[in-house]
Ligand binder design. Structure first.
Ligand code: SF4
Ligand code: SF4
Length: 418
């Protein structure tokens, strides 16, 4: 299967070894995890196994695979045209020497990782994709896609608005229409009212399951660790949607029973942290692992791999393609990514999440060289200070070199919350 995809077998095995080791050390060592996490352990153990086999079987049956790097790419449109959308994770350093021959050193780890996975030939998702969707979000991605276009065969770039104006919304609508046409051309399948309605329902169900899981994290004691909840948020991007929804709802049933008997994974009154900022893609578990082994529990992620990506559902009552596209635009236009200016909604959402999840403090997670989120971390800190909400700003990358220093800072912050 790997040769079929043109992967570098040695490099791929090395990556899997590191991934498996990290997963075992971080996730499997947790105590009293919900039984339902067994599904996600299985998914992770088969992330480069059965799931890829499934995708290759889908391809053989004529279905197209679309890879994406951003929550702005509407899965609904892909599904409605009988394609499968998978998130391309970009959460680990790989082939960095090769990457830095193409990209400046001071590029964020997420962008470098996406190139490293391609140059190192280690990502079966990337290699099985029939179309890769990039988007003009931050400047780094925007310019990096010009180079990525020389490395991958079918790169499609979506132009995204940066201002939440009427013009911005019109641009998003026209880009969703253009994407619909491109996907229909790729698959040879015309989207119908019924297929789009069904796709909206499928993705809504997946997001609703994640909302349910998130709201169950409001309890004290907390019945699922932040690490496990992050894992569900990460798997959200590449699992089969219906199976994912069912598995998350099963965990929720279990958590409801645990809440009824106060069966937490951390003792009651453990300091509660909200993480806010850049997306944390698989296998980027460094900061959550530091936090949850330093005496605190993470109760929410204000992130695209978290509530920013799943917050809103799409109105599914449309009866024409055009009204449904409008509903999709209305839904996606609410995403409060830091590429927007101004971006007051994000500050409001962070404060709302602090209240809803009863967080004692916020850790703002910024990837080094990520201008949008690092710039916003200052107004975020200021807005939280005005409400007497403690905030720690962290700037890091994917390397493990700063673990000791980060742990010291995180422990001091948690001590202050007690
Ligand atoms: S942070 Fe912005 S650019 Fe990145 S995935 Fe989220 S919406 Fe897309
Ligand atoms: S983390 Fe920041 S710099 Fe990197 S791709 Fe996302 S928005 Fe751009």
């Amino acid at each position: 299967m790997w040769t079929e995809l043109g992967l570098d077998l040695e490099a791929h095995d090395a990556l899997l070894g590191v991934l498996g080791q990290a997963y075992g050390d971080i996730f499997l060592s947790q105590k009293n995890r919900p039984d339902g996490m067994g599904y996600f352990d299985f998914v992770m153990s088969e992330v480069h196994g059965l799931r890829i086999r499934e995708l290759l079987d889908e391809k053989e049956a004529g279905r197209k695979i679309i890879g994406s790097y951003c929550v702005f790419v509407p899965e609904e449109i892909a599904l409605a045209a009988n394609a499968t959308l998978v998130g391309l994770c970009s959460g680990a350093d790989f082939a960095m020497e090769d990457v830095e021959r193409i990209l400046p050193r001071n590029t964020c780890a997420l962008i470098k990782s996406s190139f490293g996975f391609k140059l190192g030939k280690v990502c079966p998702y990337l290699e099985s994709a029939d179309m890769i969707v990039g988007e003009n979000t931050c400047d780094g991605k925007k310019k990096a896609y010009e180079s990525l276009g020389h490395l991958v065969e079918n790169l499609y770039v979506m132009d995204l608005p940066q201002v939440k104006s009427a013009n911005g919304k019109a641009l998003l609508k026209s880009e969703f229409q253009r994407f619909k046409t491109a996907v229909e051309q790729l698959t040879g399948v015309s989207i119908t009212v019924e297929s789009l309605q069904q796709a909206i329902k499928t993705v809504n169900a997946k997001r609703a399951a994640m909302h349910r899981l998130s709201s169950l994290r409001k309890s004290d004691p907390v019945t699922i660790s932040g690490l496990d909840a992050l894992l569900a948020n990460q798997v959200f991007f590449y699992d089969n949607p219906a199976r994912f929804t069912e598995s998350v709802n099963k965990i929720c049933d279990e958590l409801e029973k645990r809440i009824a008997v106060n069966d937490g994974v951390f003792p009651a009154r453990t300091p509660r942290i909200l993480i806010s900022g850049c997306p944390q893609a698989v296998p980027n578990w460094k900061l959550p692992w530091i936090i949850e082994t330093s005496g605190a529990v993470i109760v929410g992620e204000e992130s695209c791999v978290g509530e920013r990506g799943t917050r809103n559902l799409t109105d599914d009552s449309g009866t024409t393609i055009d009204t449904m596209l409008d509903a999709l635009v209305d839904r996606y236009f609410q995403v409060d990514c830091a590429i927007f200016t101004p971006n007051h909604e994000r500050l409001d959402h962070i404060q709302e999440m602090v209240t809803d999840y009863r967080a004692d403090g916020v850790i703002h997670y910024g990837l080094q060289f990520c201008q949008p989120y690092l710039m916003e971390s200052m107004p975020v800190e200021k807005a939280l200070e005005q409400k007497d909400i403690p905030c720690l700003r962290i700037e890091t990358d994917y390397s493990m070199e700063d673990v000791g220093q980060l742990k010291t800072r995180v422990e001091a912050f948690i001590e202050q919350l007690r």
